[in-house]
Design a protein around this ligand. Structure first.
Ligand code: 2IT
Length: 444
């Protein structure tokens, strides 16, 4: 079968790119029923083409630290697919960044962006830069050096990066400043900008809000409401923050947060000033969650993940493969029936298989966390029109986009004989649109 052949070829070409193999396998194994009905995809070698990035850029990022010593990091931009729009996707600054993680993220982004219904292709970039313990001026010099190379490869109609792990409003500011200086142009070349210089309201909250909107739709399928539900989440960054904020607004209780150092359990819920405190911990650059436990006098579990906590909904918001088979078993043992992937590919393949086999509904990342990039798309529209919408207008559009994505995933799964499997539904719906665009544009 073609699918197996393509996967084998991907593995043989780049045997050490494990995360990329995992992402390719997950998408391709879902779309078999589509290929059977559409032989034209096979004839045009859509699979063979869609797993190969259109362009991969790797570059040296030299910068000087506060002691005057020269440091060298590696920079990436993988321009994966431009069939439905300019490349679009975040920049990640994290020590785990390498070509495999960049390719898996760019591949996922292609289908995620397709699901939003907006005209955006897929891309991803970043660096193995570790921001932990770095001073403000070190971060700025790093961002400036990164952009000194990246600027020649991007543009408002070519490739529009945004933030991801380790890249927030502060970093986007430094990157944008350098781009503007080099190009002598004020354009919407990045999203996640500050609100006074072209950024969209709600963009900081959008990924988390979208995750909760999608979760609401999933619960609605079972005639349930998110109000009153207990929710375990991991991470404490931008996505976790947006999730906690929206959960509080809707009367659901978030009881855990986590960092590389362990997790905290707050039985009264992460609410009010405690939600804002997450931003302070993030801004401190220490990358640990124990500070929350110390400040609010709640239990801290060093070196552990939050998945053994009893909850109605589990929402991993941290990083790829953070939720494995053992965690999935604990989630099921605790009677939890809903898992929403908020980080990109946070569940291992074994974990997903176990959850599905044991009757849980799993909301896949490329659908559930698409609210972030969707709102980036709305930022691009506002920049092009040179106007800005108010918060309510952006939030209403975001909500409608998430409702549409859910319906598209649910209906696509049902149409191809996998009712209730949102993973299959998301992969099929995301794939078909990109594949058709590639067909229509010929062999390029
Ligand atoms: O993973 C993601 O969708 C993002 N990091 C957001 C990308 C974007 O272009 O807003």
């Amino acid at each position: 079968m073609v699918i197996e052949q393509v996967i084998e070829k991907v593995k043989n070409r780049d045997p050490d790119q494990k995360e990329f193999h995992q992402a390719v396998w997950e998408v391709l194994e879902s779309i078999e029923p589509v290929l059977k009905k559409n032989p034209q995809y096979m004839k045009a070698k859509i699979l063979e083409r869609i797993v190969e990035p259109e362009r991969q850029i790797m570059f040296r990022v030299p910068w000087t630290d506060d002691k005057g010593e020269v440091q060298v990091n590696r920079g990436f931009r993988v321009q994966f697919n431009s069939a439905i729009g300019p490349y679009k996707g975040g920049l990640r600054f994290h020590p785990s960044v390498n070509l495999s993680t960049m390719k898996f993220l760019g591949f996922e982004q292609t289908f995620k962006n397709s699901l939003t219904g907006l005209p955006m292709g897929g891309g991803k970039g970043g660096s193995d830069f570790n921001a932990t313990g770095k001073s403000e001026s070190e971060v700025m010099r790093f961002c400036q050096s990164f952009m000194m190379e990246l600027y020649r490869h991007i543009g408002p109609d070519t490739d529009v990066p945004a933030g991801d792990i380790g890249v927030g409003g502060r970093e986007i500011g430094y990157l944008f400043g350098m781009y503007k200086k080099l190009q002598n142009e004020f354009t919407g070349v990045l999203t996640g900008k500050g609100r006074n210089w072209g950024g969209s309201l709600i963009r900081p909250e959008a990924t988390g809000f979208g995750v909760v909107y999608y979760t609401q739709e999933m619960l609605r399928t079972d005639n349930l409401d998110i109000k009153g539900k207990t929710i375990a989440i991991s991470g404490f960054g931008n996505v976790a923050w947006g999730v906690a904020k929206k959960c509080e607004m809707l009367g659901a209780k978030v009881v855990t947060l986590s960092g590389p150092d362990g997790y905290i359990y707050d039985e009264n819920g992460v609410t009010g000033a405690k939600v804002d405190y997450m931003l302070q911990i993030r801004a401190s650059g220490n990358d640990c969650i124990k500070d929350y436990a110390d400040k609010y006098d709640v239990p801290f579990f060093p070196g552990e993940r939050p998945w053994s906590v009893k909850c109605d909904i589990a929402i991993p918001c941290a990083i790829q493969n953070e939720l494995g088979l053992d965690d999935a078993k604990k989630i099921i043992d605790n009677g939890c029936k809903y898992v929403t992937e908020a980080a990109n590919m946070p569940c291992t393949a074994e974990a997903v298989e176990y959850l599905l086999k044991n009757g849980a509904m799993v909301a896949p990342a490329k659908a559930a966390n698409a609210g972030g990039v969707a709102t980036s798309g709305l930022e691009m529209s506002q920049n092009s029109m040179r106007l800005s919408w108010n918060a309510e207008e952006v939030d209403t559009r975001l909500h409608q986009i998430m409702v549409n994505i859910y319906k598209n995933c649910y209906d696509s799964a049902e149409k191809y004989g996998h009712k209730g499997n949102l993973i299959v539904g998301a992969n099929i719906a995301g794939f078909v649109k990109v594949a058709d665009a590639m067909l229509e544009q010929g062999i390029v």
